[in-house]
Design a protein around this ligand. Structure first.
Ligand code: FE2
Length: 419
């Protein structure tokens, strides 16, 4: 076990204001991660259903490593790293920080045990509280940069909260007993049912004249954004229409009944090869008239938005429907313009037709955190909005999520566009 020395710091009561707010937010976000595993069994914490997914314990360790590696070790005087070897286990993809354990083998890490990871989290939480308390003593530019890095760590942890649930759904879906991660009224699936439970939204189309428009994070806006959302820039759009609701289970059932998964003319060539190789016949978690969810096997309401399909399936469905996927610029314009775009946030990430590439003038953040987004800007597509698994204060109209086109374990659906 690592050293227990605590950092040498001037004792500073947290004052009212931004630093106190940051400290409270820190506590709230870190506690929420642990609440997500509260109902799990010890065996669940090492579950890794596939190479793309990670065990819950790894998510708890990795988010903690992020704070220790990027904030505490370089910026908190006297901080002693818990265990140097853990950087190898819990570094995800930061080449600048060093070598790491292969991702497909994260499920083999029965040690360190969860108790040690949780104790490490406590110690790192205390270190972060000390760092926040010390910010008023630092030069304003340094304090500002550290507060921004802390916020990045929190946003990162929130991203992992959603990943943790996606990965659990994947892992649990491979168990023939069809167990539930959480079937209670506070669980994510209960929230999904509440949000989609009413009558199916009437299908309508929203027209936009197009023209020269601006998308991306406005640098005057003080709200947090990831580097990939900037800079704001101009885009030319032809006139277009966007559906006011997401595609439903019933509509995809119609696509399937019409031979959707058996008609190569509907698919991109690469997608058709995936359909053949993996024998896809329906979205990822469909099982007869039911679907596998975080609450176990549940009926699949025809009017609810279809979820857990790949870009290839979304693209083929849109073609079959005589429509197309929206570009990310079309989506952002509709979601940030006057009048709310229905079903934009809190249900499902929505596939767009846009490849994930840097905006004109994009510059990754300096240092190792520059690896956060920029190096993944190839061979993936952008998803917009947010899902029922996304933490509530982790959504905005400029947010760019991204996944490879064959991925379908994330909570993704689609909205049609035409024109
Ligand atoms: Fe990460």
């Amino acid at each position: 076990m690592g050293p227990s020395a605590e950092p040498r710091l001037r004792p500073t009561p947290l004052q009212e204001g931004p630093h106190k707010q940051l400290h409270q937010r820190l506590q709230r976000v870190r506690q929420r991660t642990e609440a997500l595993i509260a109902g799990l069994e010890p065996e669940d914490l090492c579950l890794q259903g596939m190479a793309d997914a990670s065990p819950p314990k790894w998510h708890l360790g990795h988010t903690t490593w992020f704070f220790e590696a990027f904030l505490l070790e370089p910026h908190l005087s006297g901080w002693q790293v818990e265990d140097r070897r853990w950087a190898y286990l819990f570094n995800s993809y930061y080449d600048a920080v060093g070598e790491r354990h292969p991702r497909p083998q994260r499920g083999l890490l029965t040690r360190p045990p969860i108790a040690a990871v949780l104790a490490w989290r406590r110690r790192v939480d205390a270190g972060l509280a000390a760092l926040v308390g010390d910010l008023p003593h630092r030069p304003p530019a340094e304090a500002g940069a550290l507060a921004a890095l802390l916020e990045l760590g929190l946003q990162h942890e929130q991203q992992h909260q959603e990943l943790l649930l996606m990965d659990l759904l994947d892992g649990f879906s491979r168990n023939p007993l069809e167990p539930a991660v959480d079937s209670g009224p506070q669980g994510a699936e209960a929230e999904w049912t509440r949000r989609t439970g009413g009558d199916a939204a009437a299908r309508g189309w929203r027209s936009h004249p197009g023209g020269l428009v601006a998308i991306g994070h406005d640098q005057e806006d003080p709200c947090f954004h990831f580097d990939n959302e900037a800079p704001r820039h101009r885009v030319w759009l032809e006139p277009f229409e966007l559906a006011e609701s997401l595609v439903t289970n019933a509509e995809v059932a119609e696509f399937i009944a019409d031979g959707g998964y058996r008609r190569p003319e509907l698919w991109m060539s690469e997608g058709w090869a995936v359909v053949q190789a993996r024998r896809w016949q329906a979205p990822r978690y469909w099982r007869g008239d039911a679907e596998f969810t975080l609450a176990g096997l549940r009926p699949r309401p025809p009017g609810a938005p279809v979820r857990h399909l790949s870009w290839f399936e979304a693209d083929a469905f849109a073609r079959w429907a005589g429509a197309r996927l929206p570009s990310e610029a079309e989506w952002e314009l509709a979601a940030s313009g006057p009048g709310d775009l229905p079903m934009a946030f809190g249900l499902l990430w929505q596939w767009t037709a846009s490849p994930y590439r840097p905006y004109p003038g994009f510059a990754p953040a300096p240092g190792a955190v520059g690896e956060y987004n920029g190096k993944f800007m190839t061979s993936q597509f952008v998803l917009r909005g947010s899902s029922f698994l996304t933490p509530p204060d982790h959504a905005r109209s400029t947010y760019r999520n991204f996944f490879p086109p064959a991925s379908r374990w994330m909570a993704a659906g689609l909205r049609l566009a035409r024109g």
